[in-house]
Design a protein around this ligand. Structure first.
Ligand SMILES: O=P(O)(O)OC[C@@H](O)[C@@H](O)c1c[nH]c2ccccc12
Length: 260
């Protein structure tokens, strides 16, 4: 049983929904990564997405683009992050997911990336610019290393494609809730509930909603239709502005006591 399966069984037993925060590694310096991961785990994160800074994050909005720039200016590299995660791994029990584009992996060297990600104890990867049709460049190596690909589906994905993608994974399915890039939003398209219900019907693995989620109300509303949420920009913003305590009510919105 991998860490994802353990995490989701725990959620089911606690009758809670998943909360997966995203942070940018190296934003605030690589030295704060451990304390931020510990803080998120201690406050109820189901798993954590660790972003690798990149000069051309095409799927990211301004908040994460700026975090990426700060991390790059701090001298953050994929190698540095994997080394730091290897030293942090023994202290963190929940799944750790690397969020990176393909370019940093190619620049690092695919075999070396797989070796070092496995040494770091990474459980999953989100690679937004790797469509399912092109996965075979890396999937066999990740599978051998016990690393899951967390796949994305979007509002415009046909149902058959959603079903096909959902059947390939073992971690969770990432349902993107808006047509566009990452970044906190004030509202969602009305059909997002029906969209999440449709995905839940065809997915054998947990479905998490992500993009634009930035308040406890959003967390409750969207996790009603699926197995939980991913929150990135809001978390990046709160850490950057030294308001980490405001992350706690966001996470608590997925807890049983709040689930109305
Ligand atoms: O920032 P938001 O709107 O809360 O969305 C989550 C997102 O940041 C995180 O999952 C992520 C960061 N970069 C990405 C690129 C593609 C897909 C997902 C991501």
């Amino acid at each position: 049983m991998n860490r994802f399966e353990k995490a989701f069984i725990q959620l089911k037993e606690n009758e809670e929904k998943a909360f997966v925060p995203y942070i940018m590694a190296g934003d605030g310096g690589i030295s704060v990564l451990k304390e931020r991961l510990l803080f998120l785990e201690e406050n109820g994160a189901t798993a954590i997405e660790v972003g690798i800074p990149f000069s051309d994050p095409v799927a990211d909005g301004p908040t994460i683009q700026e975090a990426s720039q700060r991390a790059l200016q701090n001298g953050t590299t994929l190698k540095l992050v994997l080394e730091e995660l290897q030293s942090i791994r023994p202290f963190i029990q929940i799944p750790i997911i690397i969020m990176t584009y393909m370019n940093p992996i190619y620049a690092y060297g695919l075999p070396e990336f797989i070796t070092d990600a496995q040494k770091a104890g990474i459980d999953g990867c989100i690679i937004p610019d790797l469509p399912m049709e092109e996965e075979n460049v890396i999937l066999p190596f990740l599978s051998n290393a016990g690393i899951e690909i967390i796949r994305l589906v979007t509002l415009t994905s046909p149902t058959e494609r959603i079903a096909e993608i959902a059947k390939k994974g073992k971690g969770f399915l990432y349902a993107v809730t808006i047509t566009g890039i990452t970044g906190s939003r004030s509202s969602f398209q009305t059909e997002v509930g029906a969209y999440l219900n449709k995905i839940k019907k065809v997915s054998p693995i947990p479905v998490l909603a992500g993009f634009g989620i930035s308040s406890p109300e959003h967390v409750k509303a969207l996790s009603h239709y699926c197995d939980g949420v991913v929150v990135g920009s809001k978390i990046v913003d709160l850490f950057h502005n030294r308001k980490a305590e405001e992350i706690i009510p966001l996470m608590n919105a997925t807890k049983k006591i709040n689930a109305k």
